[in-house]
Design a protein around this ligand. Structure first.
Ligand code: DGI
Ligand code: FE
Ligand code: FE
Ligand code: FE
Length: 188
């Protein structure tokens, strides 16, 4: 793999200074959660660091990649909010050369979640929501839940995201709703 310095340089080239700093905070938060829940700390850190790598890719570049690389064309009905996780991994593989499937999967799932998301996926999903600069009520509540229970923290984030989307008459990506449905069911 690449050195940390070269990964940071690539990330910094793709992002505004503010979003670059957000990625560094998500990296650190993800490492702490991985330590707490017995997941691979370096893998969580890399996924956290790169999770928003593709957030500022242009709309036209996304449309080209979706059309030319076999992505579900239904994605064209959405926007960068959805694309930067699911399609963003294409840019991360191409430009950063990440090959670890578990890192890629966690980034794929970081915005919409997935009904079957792994603990590592939940760590990245939640780290994004509870990094230290996140201060809204739901974020504080999710941070407290993440001390002991990743599924509960994930559910708090999903509730908040869906409520926010509906209050603002924004389109809900079906998988976001399917993830919520999976997480309101007790596991086992
Ligand atoms: O990239 P970040 O802002 O750090 O965080 P994120 O990747 O979790 O994205 C959060 C945004 O994504 C938030 O504004 C809600 C939006 N989002 C999540 N699920 C959906 C969605 N937007 C739409 N339109 N539909 C969804 O299902
Ligand atoms: Fe994101
Ligand atoms: Fe998120
Ligand atoms: Fe983020």
């Amino acid at each position: 793999g690449q050195s940390r310095a070269s990964i940071l340089a690539l990330l910094q080239n793709r992002l505004s200074p503010e979003r670059y700093q957000h990625c560094l905070r998500v990296e650190q938060t993800a490492r702490e959660l991985a330590e707490r829940f017995g997941e691979d700390v370096d893998r969580a850190g890399l996924a956290g660091l790169l999770h928003d790598y593709a957030k500022e890719i242009s709309k036209t570049d996304y449309i080209d990649v979706i059309k030319r690389n076999g992505f579900d064309l239904d994605l064209l009905h959405y926007n960068r909010g959805i694309w930067h996780g699911i399609v963003g991994t294409w840019f991360i593989k191409q430009e950063v050369g990440v090959t670890d499937h578990l890192v890629i999967q966690a980034i794929e799932h970081h915005t919409t979640g997935d009904p079957n998301m792994s603990t590592l996926d939940q760590i990245i999903f939640v780290a994004d929501f509870i990094e230290p600069e996140r201060k809204l009520e739901a974020e504080v509540k999710a941070r407290a839940a993440a001390k002991t229970n990743m599924r509960e923290a994930t559910l708090i984030e999903l509730e908040n995201t869906l409520s926010y989307l509906i209050s603002n008459r924004q389109i809900v990506y079906p998988k976001t709703l399917l993830t919520y449905n999976a997480f309101i069911q007790p596991k086992e």
